[in-house]
Design a protein around this ligand. Structure first.
Ligand SMILES: [Zn+2]
Ligand SMILES: [Zn+2]
Length: 93
């Protein structure tokens, strides 16, 4: 078995930026869902806010993918951050 010559400098991988599943803009910051769809942060924040309002338990912290309906459960820190972002955006409109 010879050694395989791997020259990684030859094949620079460009980061794959996928459009937001909800608004279809190419976001700078995305939330990657468990289903591997992406949501930009404003859409993710709005989504989380909606699902919190739908849920009887207000600590329910998950984002429902617009594309396929799969829920992504967020850790409390991320959820809090998203909600405060959402509140910020509401104030600036
Ligand atoms: Zn979006
Ligand atoms: Zn999805």
């Amino acid at each position: 078995m010879g050694q395989t010559d791997i020259n990684s400098s030859n094949s620079l991988q460009e980061p794959v930026v996928t459009a937001c599943a909800a608004c279809e803009t190419i976001p700078e910051d995305v939330l990657i869902l468990t289903c591997e769809h992406n949501l930009c942060l404003p859409c993710a924040a709005a989504n989380l806010h909606q699902s919190q309002q739908r849920a009887e338990n207000s600590t329910f912290q998950s984002v429902i993918c617009d594309e396929c309906g799969v829920a992504t459960v967020l850790d409390p820190a991320s959820a809090t951050e998203l909600i405060s972002l959402h509140m910020d955006l509401q104030q600036h409109i």
